[in-house]
Each structure stands twice: as C-alpha cells, then as structure tokens.
Design a protein around this ligand. Sequence first.
Ligand SMILES: [Zn+2]
Length: 329
Amino acid sequence: MKLANIIGHGEIIRALCRAVEQNRVNHAYLFAGPAGVGKTTTALAFGASLLCRQPQKGDACGQCQDCRQVDGQNHPDMHRIAPEGASIKIGQMREMLRRITLSPYQGKRQVFLVEQADLMTHEAANCLLKTLEEPPAGTVLILISSRPQSLLPTILSRCQIFTFHPLPAEQVVRILERETAVSREEVAVLARLTGGCPGRAVRLAGVAGGYFAVRQRAVDLATGLGRASVMEACRQAALLAEDKELALIYLELLQLWYRDLLVWMETATPGLLFNRDYLSLVDREARFHSRIRLIAAIKEIEGTRDSLLANVNTRLALEMLFMGLAGAA
Ligand SMILES: [Zn+2]
C-alpha cells in the first residue's frame, strides 16, 4: 500500500509525504482517531515510504525489495508491537528498546509501530518515555491509539500528533468497492452503519454467511432478548461465546440497533437511522423500551465490548450483558 492509494485523510497523507521528501521526519508520531478509521493502514504505508530505497515524492515506490517486504509483512526493519492479552507489557518495551539500540538490518531507518498504545502498562509507558527522550538517529516510532487521552502527557508532548477523523460516506463506499465483493445495496448499508470508519465496514463485509444474514440474526437476538427469561439469555450468551470475533460483531450490531430505537423514539426521522431498512420493526420495538433503559443498554454493550477486547471471560461477560437486557421489553 502506498500513501497515494489511501482514500481520505488527504491532509495527513500530504504532510507525511512532505516530511519524507524534505527529509524532515520526526522521531515519534501519534496517530489518534476512532478504531477502523485508517490509522494502521496509513502507518504501514508511511512505514513503507520511510523504508523504500527509491521513494518518489515522499511516497513508497511499491516496486523495490523494501516495499515488497513491507507489503509481505516481513521487512526486518519494520517492527509491530501490539497488546499481548490485555496490555502492552514491560518485557515487550524492553525488547523494543534493545532493538532500537542496534543498527537497522537493511537501510538507514527502523520503524516501530505501537498498536493500541493506550494499553501500555504504566511500567511499559515509562520505559517508552526513556526512548522518546533520546531516540537514536533513524528511529521512527509511530504510536497508534483510539484513546490518546489515556496516554501519559509526557508521551503526548514528545510526539507529532495526527488526528484521524471519520470519513464521509462516499469515501467509505469507494473503499468497500475496492476491497470487498459485497453488493451495492450492502455497500450502502455498511457505509452508513460504520460511522465513517472503513476498517469496521470492511470487517463487517467479511462476516461469514454475509453481512445481511448476520445483522438479521443480531436483530432477532435483540428483539428476542427483550422478551427472554434469564435462562434463555444465558443460553444465547453461551452460544455466542463460542466465537469471540463474531460476538464482537454482534455487539456492534446490537449497539447500533438500540441506538436506532433511541434515535427513532427521540426524533422519528428515518434518515437518522442506521438500520432504516428495518423501519417498521424499529418503530414497533421502540414502543417497548424506555429512553433510560435504551441509554443503559448502549452503555452496557460498550462496556462488554471493552471487556472482550481486554480478554476477560467471553461467556461470563456476555451472560452479564444478556441477563441485563433480558425481559427489558
Ligand atoms: Zn520502494
């Protein structure tokens, strides 16, 4: 992936190309913005432009050995650090520091991508801070975070910060058309559903069995839970807990569903609904819920998603959520 091929985030892309072209690359960057908006994709393309042996106008050439290795995710000077379990641990940071003190294998630079940087433990963050104070020449650190407010201020102050904003729907549509094989009808719904975050749209498009079928099951689950017993809620939780990735997608869909009920209750404006193709069901279901209950449900789902991402017991987390949602309608 070249920076020039990225759809959206034009200003950031131009600033990054300019930095490479004018040889004014910083030691540390923070790419901040919501999950799925394009931070990691951009960081990888930026990494390629930094490691490419014949960059053109600050962008990777896409042809040389370095570019091919970055694309193949096997460039020895491109290092990716991501949470192991619920956090990025001190051991991972020490290993990174050790690597930073050594010379690059192939060229003049080493690039370190720290994904979900806000999940560094306190010790890991302090360890990183030491590197940021005196980074060896040729080291480029790119921190990626959807919760930059959770990072130490001393880390933030040492990074050049780029904030990624959700993309307009038409750009998400172009990305979906390029990267997936879903129908035009699905593309339109997905672009709407994922709030300007193409990564989330692409992930939903790839759901086994087709996105529409999964959404139908999520809507069935939401409507069923409203009238379910605690026993039934636990049974549904156990079923869904078998596949955590799928469970996360269901939670996303459930959250959008309850959000739609709330928006419909407050505004009665079809154009504001993500699931506007379910209008009559939204209208019927909204009558069964109270405003306070819907706000609580949306928050509970958010909390459960965080728990699943932080690797707590999937079944237990889903049981707690579904028992809370059971019998609400
Ligand atoms: Zn190249």
